[in-house]
Design a protein. Structure first.
Length: 214
């Protein structure tokens, strides 16, 4: 698989141990439903495995923000509704993780926006979240998108995406009013159309590829 030559050493370490190119990590936090859409990463992994050269573990890893083991993984996922509680140790560990090249995708599943923005400002007080468009390379690493798809109508207005850059690359991606991860959930959960689900899954693939090969 030629693409493996591009994978960083940390990821190659996991290939040798598990047979997977990488395993996704869902972050467990206090105060909210971090476990929302429990099957979404598994379904995204199956799509990645079927449509790309990557082998993504269909069993997500669950870790807390303060857990040093997050540094062994290239991709962290955070979602939920409303409350996001955290400690100084959480903030310090997440800052170190992203500053050293890790990638975090945060998806607002409704009511998460205020707490996420406060949290990210504490993690990176000297960096602003920059609103980005579908022209940003993270959204076209494998599947090109001319505009951000809106998977679910949680709020009025267009979908929004924000980034925190580290050394000119995105270290944190935050999506608001898009809810890509709902489109990765079991069909029975929301009964989205095949077209909507396909858009969400393709966007998920783009984010995964960027996280691994940025």
């Amino acid at each position: 698989m030629a693409i493996l030559r591009l994978i960083p050493i940390a990821i190659l370490f996991f290939i040798s141990l598990s047979g997977f190119d990488f395993a996704p990590v869902r972050i467990q936090y206090e105060g909210g439903d971090w476990y929302n859409d429990r099957e979404c990463l598994k379904i995204l992994a199956k799509y990645v495995n079927l449509h790309t050269d990557l082998i993504m573990d269909t069993n997500e890893v669950i870790l807390k923000m303060s857990d040093k083991r997050i540094h062994n993984y290239p991709f962290l996922f955070i979602t939920g509704h409303e409350k996001l509680k955290y400690s100084k140790n959480d903030v310090a560990n997440i800052r170190e993780y992203v500053s050293n090249g890790g990638f975090i995708y945060i998806d607002d599943d409704y009511g998460f926006n205020k707490d996420v923005r406060i949290f990210l400002k504490e993690v990176f007080p000297d960096r602003d979240m920059i609103r980005i468009s579908a022209n940003e390379k993270i959204f076209s690493t494998l599947y090109p998108f001319k505009k951000l798809p809106k998977i679910h109508e949680h709020y009025e207005g267009p979908p929004e995406a924000y980034a925190i850059y580290i050394n000119k690359e995105i270290g944190v991606l935050y999506t608001y009013n898009t809810n890509f991860s709902d489109g990765w959930a079991l069909y029975e959960t929301y009964k989205d159309s095949d077209e909507i689900r396909e858009q969400a899954l393709k966007m998920g693939v783009n984010i995964i590829y960027y996280a691994l090969f940025k």
